[in-house]
Design a protein around this ligand. Structure first.
Ligand code: ADP
Length: 374
C-alpha cells in the first residue's frame, strides 16, 4: 500500500532543435506543473482527450520517464530517481504484453523466476491470485495467450500484476482494445479487484464514463495540466470551468448563450426571474448557462419552445433523451421512457440548478453544488 504524491512536475519532450528562434519551446510541456495526491488504497482516474498528458503522468509516477522538475513521493519518500523495477509497481497497459509463448501460469510465475524466488512461493501466490480472480481464471492459466480472447488476456495480465503484490497499480487504457461488451464486463471485474485489494491505483482513460465508474476521484486533464480533481459529484455539480462541465456527464450539458439583467435571465428573447441565490452571484451582461439533461422542467407554462431532432429511448434507465436545438446550441433533455413522439417541446431550465459561466472566458460564475439525495 502506498500514498502517492506528484509535486509540481514538469515534463517536456522537446529536444534542442524543437525550439523557435526566440528560444522558447515550440510546444507546451507534456506535463505543466502537475500536482496530484492519491491516498492509500484510493483509485484516481486521469481523464482527458488524447495528447493531454495522461500517459506521461502515469510514466512519471512509474519511473519510466524522469520529470524535468518536481518530485514523485511514495509514502512521503522521494522516489523521483528510483528505477521502475525497484518501485514495487504493477502496470497494465492497453496492449496486454503477455509473454506470448508462455502459458498463463508461466506468465504469472515468471516474476518469481527472474527474482530467484522459490517455486513454492510462486505456486502459493498463483493459487491465491486464481482464487481471488474468481470463476474460470484457473482454466485461463493453462492456455497460451494467443488462444485467449482480449478480455481473457487482460485478466491474465492483471493477475500477473497482482501476483507480485504491488504497492501501486498503474493502468493505462487497460480495456480500450476490447469490444464494447467485453469492456463492460472487464471493467466490472477490475473494479471488484481494486475494491478487494484496496491497492492504490492510478488509472488512465480517455473515456469519462469509464473514469466515473472506476475512480474514487477523477482528475480532469487538459494540455498538460490538471484542471480539476474531485469525486464525480464534485465535478458534475461543481465544475471548475466550462471545460470540466462539458467533459463530465453524458449526454453533455447544454450550453446556452444568455443575458442577465436586473435579476432576470433572457434566452432568445424569452425572460425568466432568477432565484435570489443565483441572481446574487451573477454580474449583469452576457453569460453562458449550462443545463444538465435532468435540469429541465418539461411542458412548463413558462417554457421555451425547442424543436427536436431525435429521441433516444433507454429502457434500462426507464428514460428517454430528447435532442434538439435552442439558440444555436445542442440541447439534451431527460424525459420519461414513454414520452410521446413530438416535433418540439416546451421546457424551462431549472435556473437554480444550472451552472453559469462567463461569456468570454471559461470560468464558472456559479455552480449549484451537489444534490442532497439522502
Ligand atoms: P495522452 O496519454 O493524454 O494521450 P501523452 O502523455 O501520451 O498524452 O502525450 C502528451 C504529449 O506529449 C503529446 O503532445 C505527445 O505527442 C507528446 N509525447 C508523448 N510521448 C512522447 C515521446 N516519447 N516523444 C515526444 N513526444 C511525446
Amino acid at each position: 500500500m502506498a500514498r502517492v504524491d506528484v509535486e509540481d512536475v514538469v515534463k517536456s519532450y522537446d529536444t534542442a532543435d524543437a525550439v523557435t528562434i526566440t528560444g522558447r519551446p515550440l510546444r507546451p510541456p507534456a506535463l505543466n506543473h502537475v500536482t496530484l495526491s492519491i491516498e492509500d488504497g484510493e483509485t484516481v482516474c486521469v481523464v482527458g482527450p488524447s495528447g493531454c498528458g495522461k500517459s506521461t503522468l502515469l510514466k512519471v509516477v512509474a519511473g519510466l520517464e524522469t520529470p524535468d522538475s518536481g518530485r514523485v513521493l511514495y509514502d512521503g519518500e522521494d522516489v523521483t530517481g528510483v528505477r521502475p523495477q525497484e518501485r514495487g509497481v504493477g502496470m497494465v497497459f492497453q496492449d496486454y504484453a503477455l509473454y506470448p509463448s508462455m502459458r498463463g501460469k508461466s506468465n504469472l510465475a515468471y516474476y518469481f523466476q527472474v527474482h530467484r524466488r522459490s517455486d513454492e512461493e510462486a505456486k502459493r501466490r498463483t493459487r491465491e491470485v486464481a482464487e481471488i480472480m474468481g470463476v474460470g481464471f484457473d482454466s485461463l492459466l493453462g492456455r497460451i495467450p494467443t488462444s485467449l480472447s482480449g478480455g481473457e488476456q487482460q485478466r491474465v495480465a492483471i493477475g500477473r500484476c497482482i501476483v507480485r503484490d504491488p504497492s501501486l497499480f498503474l493502468m493505462d487504457e487497460p480495456i480500450s482494445n476490447l469490444d464494447a461488451k467485453l469492456r463492460e464486463s472487464t471493467r466490472v471485474e477490475i473494479k471488484k479487484l481494486l475494491r478487494r485489494f484496496g491497492i492504490t491505483t492510478l488509472y488512465v482513460t480517455h473515456d469519462q464514463q469509464e473514469a466515473v465508474f472506476m475512480g474514487d476521484r477523477i482528475a480532469v486533464m487538459r494540455d498538460g495540466r490538471i484542471v480539476q480533481v474531485g469525486t464525480f459529484d464534485e465535478l458534475y455539480y461543481d465544475p471548475a470551468n466550462l471545460y470540466v462541465a462539458r467533459f463530465i456527464g453524458s449526454p453533455p450539458m447544454t450550453i446556452l448563450p444568455a443575458r442577465v439583467e436586473a435579476r432576470r435571465v433572457t434566452v432568445e428573447g424569452q425572460g425568466w426571474d432568477l432565484p435570489d441565490d443565483v441572481a446574487d452571484m451573477l454580474p449583469s451582461g452576457e453569460v453562458r448557462v449550462g443545463v444538465r439533461p435532468e435540469g429541465w422542467a418539461l411542458d412548463s407554462a413558462d417554457g421555451v419552445r425547442i424543436p427536436l431532432r431525435h429521441v433516444e429511448r433507454i429502457p434500462t434507465e426507464r428514460a428517454s433523451f430528447l435532442y434538439g436545438e435552442l439558440a444555436g446550441a445542442s440541447v439534451a433533455i431527460a424525459a420519461p421512457l414513454d414520452y410521446p413522439e413530438t416535433e418540439s417541446v416546451q421546457a424551462t431550465p431549472d435556473w437554480g440548478r444550472a451552472c453559469y459561466f462567463s461569456a468570454e472566458g471559461e470560468d464558472t460564475l456559479r455552480a449549484p453544488g451537489a444534490l442532497e439525495l439522502f
